[in-house]
Design a protein around this ligand. Sequence first.
Ligand code: NAI
Length: 399
Amino acid sequence: MPKALLLENIHPDAAQSLRDHGFEVVTAKGALSEDELIDALDGVDIVGVRSKTSVTRRVLEARPTLSAVGCFCIGTNQVDLDFAGRQGIAVFNAPYSNTRSVVELVICDIICLMRRIPAHTHHLKHGLWDKSASGSHEVRGKTLGIIGYGNIGSQLSVLAEALGMRVLFYDLEEKLAMGNARRCATLNELLEQSDAVTLHVDGRKSNTGFFGEDQFAHMKQDAIFINASRGFVADLDALKQHLDSGHLSGAAVDVFPVEPKKNGDPFITSLADEDNMILTPHIGGSTLEAQKSIGHFVSQRLEDYWEKGSTSLSVNLPQINLGPNRGVTRIAHLHANLPGVLARVNHVLGEENINIAAQSLGTEGELGYVVTDVSQKPSSKTLEALRAIEGTIRMRVIS
Ligand code: NAI
């Protein structure tokens, strides 16, 4: 029976789904240290982690028979992806499962900031009745500037338009504009026209400090600012200055340059005393719906990989989307991306007069992956010969 270990309180639907697919599943609430993880992975075929368990090179070296790692979250930088690939260990994540949750939080931020809800709440909590329309606006007809028009940015675009907002976006890459959204050729063009500016860029290193004094200075008088992307992308000292000077009318920040490691840890931010400010502890994607959806999405990728050899949506292996076996035996062969490996695989099979019923090849960077459905069960001698082909990283027989 294959064995799966699921750490960090992954949604129970994932464990159930893996059990339904024949896995013995062990679950644990917390994260594990490197040494604890090495111990716990003894005899484990598939491990599921979230963001707090690091699957380092040392862990992967110590457990070379591990087959796959499921990151039940969006990010994958807790796993040494390159080394995992070179060891033949597939890594999967859930890139879209909490997109909607982030979008809904941002819509909430925009409406609340435009109605000055944080400020009104603060006044009432301190015993001050201040009923006034001053500084409060409908979002209808206002311009939303979306920076980073990927999964989240583009879905936000659709929902914002449904609320009657005019949408502008800026992205480094050519992107299909949703609905009536309009692409800006430069960041400043977007900043100078937007009543609300929201960041949805990815976490690449070059985005460190991407939104600083210069960018805030280009924003419209009384505009609002939102960051629910990555903490290191925006300069919060510059934001504070633009709030204090009265240039910007409010802000919502969900992600911070340094975030506490665990719940209950203290957290201090210089933005705490701002009037029209929403501060949330990186909960953009944290909804029960998103957790459930992540549980389903990643467990299905792991099951498909285990049962069919399918690497569709893997973040570190060449991607092949496979249907059911069209022969008797399926052989998944991961190798260094060198010329002639496919020919050698077929030559070895031909030596035993084995007919190929179907074959798929994918290459990506230094890796090649060929999956062959053959019409008869290969002998152990043939399987050994396939394993012995130069450049072979891992070979798996899937019946
Ligand atoms: P994505 O990868 O689909 O989209 C990112 C987009 O930003 C891409 O289109 C890319 O070309 C663009 N981009 C990158 N750098 C840029 C720059 N300097 N200027 C303009 N465009 C740039 O990512 P997705 O899934 O939409 O996520 C966006 C961000 O949201 C990520 O940073 C992610 O980590 C964060 N996130 C935050 C969550 C939260 O709980 N607050 C939950 C989920 C994601």
